[in-house]
Ligand binder design. Structure first.
Ligand SMILES: Cc1cc2nc3c(=O)[nH]c(=O)nc-3n(C[C@H](O)[C@H](O)[C@H](O)COP(=O)(O)O)c2cc1C
Length: 226
């Protein structure tokens, strides 16, 4: 006869057995991560489904965090790409301490992705290509905004943008024709993934977590207690 503990275990299993991660974890987490992002985008519930909190820290370990957009997920090396001002607070912290962490959260699906790794500068050709795809005002803003520096007034920013428009020969009324190169202080960071956790919310707060850690060219994976 089954013990009370066995009865309880089977009752709990019927509650937590649904909606979690696959029973057998995939070799690599990158495809599931990409699927989750695509699913969030397809849900139509987010203006920026690719928004993620990026944490950086000073060499002596003082952290700071802010939202950036994940613009690319790559398989080789397993990595994500975001774009920013290299002289911003985050840019400065990453230059001095390349270790970073990111988290994405999609409440509609009760999903969280946590990533840790080392950042490196994206190669300049890829940064150029992305910059070229940006809207005119975004390009001018990248030149005009000394991101993370003090600003006296909004008027100062408008003047800085106007000055950059004039410098690049942009007529704001018939915009579009001027070629604006990428500023040397602006571009991509590639965060090479060392650890990635997929978190799937499950009824009763018995959530399903799995973490993949990079080992050589492969991954080691394990489930974690919620
Ligand atoms: C939804 C959202 C998306 C953002 N995307 C970016 C981005 O891709 N790159 C960026 O530099 N800042 C982005 N920002 C602004 C940053 O959160 C932050 O204010 C800015 O980068 C300055 O951060 P720092 O002073 O820590 O360097 C975004 C903010 C939000 C709310």
């Amino acid at each position: 006869m089954a013990s009370l503990t066995e009865h309880l275990a089977s009752a709990v299993a019927s509650l937590v057995g649904h909606g979690g991660l696959p029973g057998t974890l995939p070799e690599s987490p990158v495809r599931m991560f990409r699927d989750w992002l695509e699913d969030a985008a397809a849900s139509g519930k987010y203006d920026d489904p690719n928004a993620m909190v990026l944490a950086t820290s000073t060499p002596d370990g003082r952290p700071s965090a802010r939202v950036v957009l994940c613009k690319q997920i790559d398989d080789q090396p397993p990595s994500i790409v975001f774009f920013t001002n290299y002289q911003s607070r985050k840019g400065d912290e990453l230059t001095r301490n390349p270790h970073a962490a990111c988290v994405m959260h999609w409440p509609h699906a009760q999903r969280q992705v946590r990533i840790e790794g080392r950042t490196e500068l994206l190669d300049s050709a890829a940064s150029d290509a992305y910059f070229a795809s940006r809207a005119l005002l975004s390009k001018l803003g990248a030149w005009a905004s000394h991101q993370s520096q003090p600003l006296q007034s909004r008027g100062q920013l408008v003047q800085q943008v106007a000055a950059e428009a004039a410098r690049h020969g942009v007529d704001m009324l018939s915009a579009g024709s001027a070629r604006i190169p990428r500023p040397p202080h602006w571009g991509g960071f590639r965060l090479v993934i060392e650890r990635l956790e997929l978190w799937q919310g499950v009824q009763g707060r018995l959530h399903d977590r799995a973490v993949w850690t990079r080992r050589g060219d492969g991954w080691e994976s394990t489930r974690l207690q919620p």
